[in-house]
Design a protein around this ligand. Structure first.
Ligand SMILES: [Zn+2]
Length: 227
C-alpha cells in the first residue's frame, strides 16, 4: 500500500506527508509507521474555524476540538480525517512549520484556511508567500451539487464566487470546494499551490460521504517535520 503524494510538498526537504486511501483509511498508527513518524495527532473535527497549535509531542487523538493543526515539532505528524471535505496540507519552504486543515463547505465559508495562515504568521512570523500548499483528495465539482441554501451563502459573500459556483437548473448549484479554497489561498498570498485532481466520489479508492452515505470511513491527510 502506498500513500498519495503532492509533488510540491515533496520538493521541501525536511517534510514528510501523504494522503491515505480507503484501504489504509484512518489507521493513524499504520500511516505513521509508513512515514517514519512517532505518532499522528488528530482533532475532534467540528466544521469550525478553530486552529490548534501543537507545541508538544502528542499522539492523543480526537480530544481537542478544531479543524486545523499547526506544528513546529519534529518527528510527529498532524492530520485531518475526511471523506469528501477538502484536506489542505501546508508547509513552509524552510520546513519550520507544517499544517493540516479540514475544510468542508462550512469551514470554507468560515475561511478556516485564512485563519490558519493568520495563526502561522502571528505565531511564527512566516508569510503566506513562504508556504507551499497541497489540496488533497476531496469531492470534485463533477459530483458536488448543493441547494440554494448553501449556494447563496457563497454567492452573497464572494464577488468571485462564479469561478467555483455554477447554477444548475432552478435551485441547485455545482460547488467546487477545491477551487474555492485555492482562491482563498491565492488571495492571501500563497503562490505555490497544488490541487490533486482525485474526486473522492468518482474514485473507487477513496471513501466518499456522498457516495457511500453517513456511515462511511475516513482517509487521512498527514504532514510532519522530519528534522
Ligand atoms: Zn466526481
Amino acid at each position: 500500500m502506498k500513500l498519495k503524494e503532492s509533488k510540491l510538498l515533496s520538493s521541501i526537504n525536511g517534510i514528510a506527508h501523504g494522503f491515505s486511501d480507503k484501504y489504509l483509511g484512518d489507521s493513524a498508527s499504520q500511516v505513521a509507521a509508513m512515514l517514519n513518524m512517532k505518532g499522528i495527532t488528530l482533532l475532534k473535527q467540528i466544521h469550525s474555524d478553530n486552529v490548534v497549535l501543537l507545541r508538544e509531542p502528542a499522539t492523543e487523538t480526537g480530544r481537542t476540538e478544531g479543524d486545523a493543526l499547526v506544528t513546529d515539532i519534529k518527528g510527529y505528524g498532524i492530520a485531518v480525517a475526511t471523506a469528501d471535505c477538502v484536506p489542505i496540507l501546508l508547509a513552509s519552504n524552510d520546513a519550520r512549520i507544517a499544517a493540516a486543515v479540514h475544510a468542508g463547505w462550512r469551514g470554507t465559508l468560515k475561511e478556516i484556511i485564512v485563519n490558519t495562515l493568520r495563526v502561522i504568521n502571528e505565531q511564527y512570523g512566516i508569510d503566506p508567500g513562504n508556504l507551499k500548499a497541497a489540496i488533497g483528495p476531496s469531492i470534485g465539482s463533477c459530483c458536488y451539487e448543493v441547494g440554494e441554501e448553501v449556494g447563496s451563502l457563497f454567492s452573497e459573500k464572494y464577488a468571485d464566487s462564479s469561478e467555483y459556483l455554477l447554477k444548475k437548473g432552478y435551485s441547485k448549484y455545482i460547488l467546487d470546494l477545491k477551487t474555492a479554497n485555492k482562491l482563498l489561498l491565492s488571495r492571501e498570498g500563497v503562490h505555490d499551490i497544488e490541487v490533486l485532481d482525485t474526486c473522492t466520489k468518482c474514485s473507487e479508492n477513496f471513501y466518499s460521504y456522498r457516495g457511500d452515505g453517513n456511515g462511511t470511513g475516513r482517509q487521512l491527510s498527514v504532514i510532519g517535520l522530519t528534522r
